[in-house]
Design a protein around this ligand. Structure first.
Ligand code: PLP
Length: 439
C-alpha cells in the first residue's frame, strides 16, 4: 500500500506534480493492451536470440577477446553466427571496427557495387548522412566519384510505392537497391517488414539478380520478423541502436547472403584478409549481453514512444506515428509548432537523464544542417539513440524526434518530465491543452 504513496513522492523529487503524474497514469491505463502486444513480441524475439546463442554453442570462452591481428577470434566468429541465425541469413559481419550505422551502410554499398553499376532507392531520399556516401551531395570518396550512378523513385504522396516509377527506373546497370525501413527524421511513414517484402518481390520479379539491401536502423526486434526473412539480401544497422541493447559501446552489422557479406569483409579489412582479421579487443561481453537484452530494451523504447504519442496527441499536438498506429521503428515525432515547444521538450528529456542531467541543451549550428538543431542526450554510450534521447531542428514545423529509453520507467520519467516542463513554460496549459497563441 505504501509504495504508491511513495512513488508520487519519488516523482515530486524530479519536479513532477501530482497532476502530471495522474495524467500520465490515466493515459497508461488505456495502453495496457498495446503494451501486452509489445511484450509478446519481445518474448518471441527473446526466445529467438537465446535459441541462436544456444545453436551457435556460445561458451564462456566466447566472451574473451583477441588483440593484434585477431586471428582465430572464437567469440567474434561465433557472434557472427549468432547474428546470422537471428536474422536468418547465410552470414554476418559484426565488428567494433564498423564505427557507426552510416559506416555499415557505406561499407555494404561500396563493397557490393563496382564502377558502372547503378544504385536505386525506390523509397525516396535516404537518410541524411547517406547523401554524401552516394554523392547526392558532393563528397570525397563518394560512390559517385567511383563511377557509380544513383537513381531515386519517391514514394507516392500517400506513402505507397510508385510501382510504375520503380519499374521504369530499373535498367541493365541497376545492381543494388537500397530500402530504408525507418522514416528516420522525415515525415514519411516507416515501412513494415511485410511492405518491404512486397517491394522486394516486385523488384526481383523485374530483375531477379539485383541485390536488395535494407537499412534496418531503429527497426530491429520491433516486429517478430526481420527484412532478411522476406527477401532482403542484406540487412544493415548500428549497434548503438536497437541490437546493441544499450550495452554495445560501438559497432555495426551487416547480415545477409554469403557473397555480399564476404565482399563487405574484404572491403572492411583488406582483399585477401576479409573476416580472418579484426581483433575484438574487450567488447564481446557487451556485444553478446547487449544482443541478449535487445528485445526487451527495444520493447521499452517502443512503450515510451507509444506513451508519448498518446500523451501529446490528446493534448492536441501532431504525432507521427499517431496514438493508435502500428509501430515499425522506435522513433516518435511530435510537432509542437513553436521553438519553445521543441526546446522545452528537449530540456525535459535531458533533465531525466542519469548522466549529464544537470546540463541544459541549447540549439546550435550543427554542420550539415541549414537551421539550428537542439539535442538532448544523457547517455552512458556517447551518441547512443537506443538510450533516452531527443532532437529537433529549430525550423517549421517545429517537430522533435524522440526515441529510446533502456527501461520503460526511464522513458516514462523522461516523458512526464517533458510534459511538466512544457506546462512550466506555458506551451501546455494547466488543463492539459495546447496553448494556441504561441509565436
Ligand atoms: C541512425 C541511422 C543511420 C545512420 O546511423 P549512424 O550510426 O548515426 O551513422 C542511417 N539510417 C537510419 C534510418 C538511421 O536511423
Amino acid at each position: 500500500m505504501t509504495d504508491f504513496m511513495d512513488i508520487k513522492e519519488q516523482y515530486r523529487q524530479f519536479g513532477i506534480s501530482e497532476a502530471v503524474y495522474e495524467y500520465g497514469q490515466e493515459i497508461l491505463n488505456g495502453l495496457q493492451e498495446r503494451f501486452k502486444q509489445i511484450d509478446r513480441t519481445a518474448e518471441y524475439n527473446q526466445l529467438k536470440v537465446i535459441h541462436a546463442m544456444q545453436t551457435a554453442n556460445v561458451s564462456e570462452a566466447c566472451l574473451l577477446g583477441t588483440t593484434g591481428y585477431g586471428y582465430n577470434d572464437l567469440g567474434r566468429d561465433t557472434l557472427e553466427k549468432v547474428y546470422a541465425a537471428v536474422f536468418q541469413t547465410e552470414d554476418a559481419l559484426v565488428r567494433p571496427q564498423i564505427t557507426c550505422g552510416t559506416h555499415a551502410l557505406a561499407l555494404a554499398l561500396m563493397s557490393n557495387l563496382r564502377p558502372g553499376d547503378e544504385l536505386l532507392s525506390p523509397v525516396g531520399k535516404p537518410y541524411d548522412t547517406l547523401e554524401e556516401v552516394i554523392g547526392i551531395r558532393a563528397s570525397k570518396g563518394s560512390l559517385k566519384e567511383y563511377g557509380i550512378s544513383y537513381r531515386q523513385v519517391d514514394l507516392l504522396s500517400g506513402g505507397g510505392f510508385d510501382y510504375e516509377g520503380i519499374r521504369a527506373a530499373i535498367n541493365d546497370r541497376t545492381k543494388l537497391v537500397t530500402i530504408q525501413r525507418s522514416k528516420g527524421y522525415q515525415t514519411r511513414p516507416t515501412l513494415s517488414v511485410a511492405q518491404i517484402g512486397e517491394l522486394i518481390s516486385f523488384i526481383k520479379g523485374i530483375k531477379p539478380d539485383v541485390i536488395c539491401m535494407v537499412d534496418n536502423c531503429y527497426g530491429e526486434f520491433v516486429e517478430t520478423k526481420e527484412p532478411s526473412q522476406v527477401g532482403a539480401d542484406m540487412v544493415v544497422g548500428s549497434l548503438i541502436k536497437n541490437p546493441g541493447g544499450g550495452l554495445a559501446p560501438i559497432g555495426g552489422y551487416i547480415a545477409g547472403r554469403r557473397d555480399c557479406v564476404e565482399n563487405a569483409a574484404y572491403r572492411l579489412t583488406s582483399p585477401g584478409l576479409g573476416k580472418e582479421v579484426g581483433a575484438s579487443l574487450g567488447v564481446l561481453p557487451a556485444f553478446y549481453q547487449g544482443l541478449f537484452l535487445a528485445p526487451t530494451v527495444t520493447a521499452s523504447a517502443l512503450k515510451g514512444a507509444v506513451f508519448a504519442a498518446n500523451i501529446y496527441e490528446r493534448i492536441g499536438f501532431g504525432v507521427v506515428p499517431d496514438a493508435s498506429q502500428s509501430r515499425h521503428d522506435i522513433i516518435q515525432a511530435v510537432t509542437f509548432g513553436s521553438p519553445e515547444g521543441v526546446i522545452a521538450f528537449c530540456e525535459g528529456i535531458q533533465a531525466a537523464a542519469s548522466v549529464d542531467s544537470f546540463v541544459t541543451p541549447e540549439p546550435w549550428d550543427m554542420p550539415g544542417y541549414d537551421s539550428q538543431v537542439i539535442m538532448a542526450a544523457g547517455a552512458f554510450v556517447s551518441g547512443s539513440s537506443i538510450e533516452l534521447s531527443a532532437d529537433g531542428p529549430i525550423a517549421p514545423p517545429y517537430a522533435v524526434y524522440f526515441q529510446g529509453g533502456l527501461t520503460f520507467p526511464h522513458a516514462k520519467l523522461g516523458i512526464l518530465k517533458t510534459l511538466q516542463n512544457l506546462m512550466d513554460k506555458g506551451v501546455v496549459t494547466q488543463d492539459f491543452r495546447r496553448q494556441e497563441n504561441l509565436s
